[in-house]
Design a binder for this molecule. Sequence first.
Ligand code: NAD
Length: 452
Amino acid sequence: MAAIRAAQLGFKVACIDSFERGGKPALGGTCLNVGCIPSKAMLDSSEKYEMILHEAADHGIQVQGASIDLNKMLARKDSVVEKMSGGVTFLFKKNKVASLHGLGKLERQEGDTWIVSVAGTEVAAKNVIVATGSSPRSLPGVQFSERIVENSGALTLPEVPQKLGVIGAGVIGVELGSVWRRLGASVTVLEALPGFLMAADAAISKAALREFQKQGLDFHFGVQIGAIQDTGSSVKVTYTENGQDVQAEFDRLIVAVGRVPHTAGLGAEAVGLQLDERGFVKVDGHFRTNLKGVYAIGDVIGGAMLAHKAEDEGVALAEQLAGKAGHVNYDAVPWVIYTSPEIAWAGLTEQEATKRGLKVKTGQFPFTANGRATGHGDTRGFVKVVADADTDRILGVHMLGGGVSELIAEAVSVMEFGGSAEDLARTVHAHPTLSEAVKEAAMAVDKRAIHA
Ligand code: NAD
């Protein structure tokens, strides 16, 4: 995004990227190649399978003998990635962004120009943007292998494991745990924290946990992981739960315990690029590092590790470099977890707002009272609006339900304009749509929801 926007604004741009897929250069980074895009393809395929198995009959559709062709499912996922990656190649050509394959290393500064080496050649640039992302964090002494996998390995398992272990009940844990459970694995999730999705609004995480447990995901909270051993035919995990030592054995283990900034090979130390104590590149409010002409954005500077946060930082920075007023509103960055039901939110949770000393009022509306959701046959979840009790300004919107990944955009727009619950409540929403639940939740802030 930074490269394309900078090129649109008249900069001469080269984008250096070392990512390879199947031994060939592949544009799009982690999100497109081994993250957001392929995981959503697998979530969609596995959800369709689950729909055929468990929901089609309710719609009067009889399907006999449904089965999975995992190779085909994986190949479809790969073709989705291929298409999207080709799209980036096309956009680079269209915008005249030069694409250079290899690891980029900051070599030295000559006057006000930086020299960056890539694949044996040197490139000179006035401005350098470091957007090197993040890599999966492992646990001490644990090597990723065919059986102990991180996000990319978890998207290419060659068969559906009978017993799948997942360490970390975060975003990757629940998304990929859901994929393999739907395809037939028995899934155990081991989480260090005492509760589920503690960053989400408590009402949402409580209801979501209930849904996921109903589906058969076996969660264990407050565990302490001990030894992990890949035996070649299984993975043995020792952990402590409620003071008891437990031994578990899985066919495969997904380790999804967060990500760490990726700066290997960048030459940060040699040129004196400042990193913080956790290895993130230090920047100021305008993405400037301590080195003149070197900027950084995305996962490598910390904050929410979300592709859309990084994209908007890239656009904002390109605009700032062009003398425009690029800006990212971190208070209105949406979070989405693509499980079934989906989870989406933006802004403050009720708990966080209260902790900050704000007086809040909230409104909640369940999908059971929404006509479209009833027609879909999926009435799980609800929408919750958190507003300032004095000004009515929306502080946060929280959703659990089918399709809420799309509904959250409306809430973000209203928040971006500093809108109130009443603004949302007085906006006409098409009937029958799921979006009416957002309007009714906003109406419920003033206790005037119509349908509940
Ligand atoms: P995460 O931060 O979402 O979750 C990691 C979980 O692992 C946490 O709940 C943490 O408490 C737990 N954990 C940490 N150490 C542990 C240990 N030793 N034992 C047991 N549990 C432990 O990280 P993730 O799921 O690995 O995802 C990585 C990043 O990628 C996140 O920042 C996430 O936001 C991003 N991501 C986003 C999406 C999305 O937006 N839908 C999808 C995938 C990944």
